[in-house]
Design a binder for this molecule. Sequence first.
Ligand code: PEP
Ligand code: MN
Length: 337
Amino acid sequence: MIVILKPTAPKEEIKSIVGELKEFGMDVQVNEGVECTVLGVLGNTYEVDSDSITLHPCVDRVMRVSEPFKKANRKFHPDNTVIDVCGSKIGGENLAVIAGPCSVESEEQIIKIAKDVKASGATFLRGGAFKPRTSPYSFQGMEFAGLELLKEAKAETGLPIVTEIMSPKHVERFNEDVDVIQVGARNMQNFDLLKELGHTKKTILLKRGLSSTIEEWLMSAEYIMAGGNENVVLCERGIRTFETYTRNTLDISAIPAIKRLSHLPIVVDPSHATGMNWMVAPLAVAAVAAGADGIMMEVHNDPKNAKCDGAQSITPAEFDGIMKQLKCATQIAGRTL
Ligand code: PEP
Ligand code: MN
């Protein structure tokens, strides 16, 4: 952290700030320049509230020079993280493909979709059992009955299951029954939930919050990792912008940004990013070309009658076509599918 003092800063006040910083256990280097004095502050500077330092009348501004995330930071972990979930890898050379309906609706529905997406090459099955709906009057999911059906679909196909958790109370049950626990966009900053998940060793798919910056998203990953669980996969699912044509705006630039800042794998969800089934294919291809480690797509056998997110759901036949396009895209990105 760097503290830049005003040119008029009296020596007494400089001494007093240096003393305060040292009380926090910081090492302080005082650099007296021609125009002003600059303090170089070394140590765990997150112990210091940089905003309150600016309250000293002689302080011009305070700048942090390192990112606040440590365990998620590529600087401290140069190699890409590769996570193995029941033999299916996320973050390695192979593209991970997570496919399935928005919500589990019935045994027949989830088993049929699971078999279809598996036949086309999906590597994970998704399906919501607990649904975070904007309206309390909308379908809330089949809850634990849905979880049981997902397990049945896994037994039929061998596909590891990805499903969303909403409450810290469910961590124990999800830890037993689920292969990848999804934290949805609305819960990205549910810190109690993140802390609980940090005490497991389960792979966590952490979706980017609706209006979250990349740094806030990585800080949420840090919450999970700080608890001891380093199996975190990030998922870009679109953010809110002024554009209303699409449900959200897919931030493709988040892919290279995350790759530069972090070693964690990143998956892209073009279904929730756009809300339109016909945009899934081009954006999935773009995400793979830009370096995504995986794609998550909503697939429904009867989108018109889906209980949730039908408009953005592709059919199993369309999914099959997209998988062929993704095969070509993986060649650009130096991956395999
Ligand atoms: C979902 O994956 O079904 C979902 C609700 O996603 P998000 O949290 O990105 O809206
Ligand atoms: Mn959905």
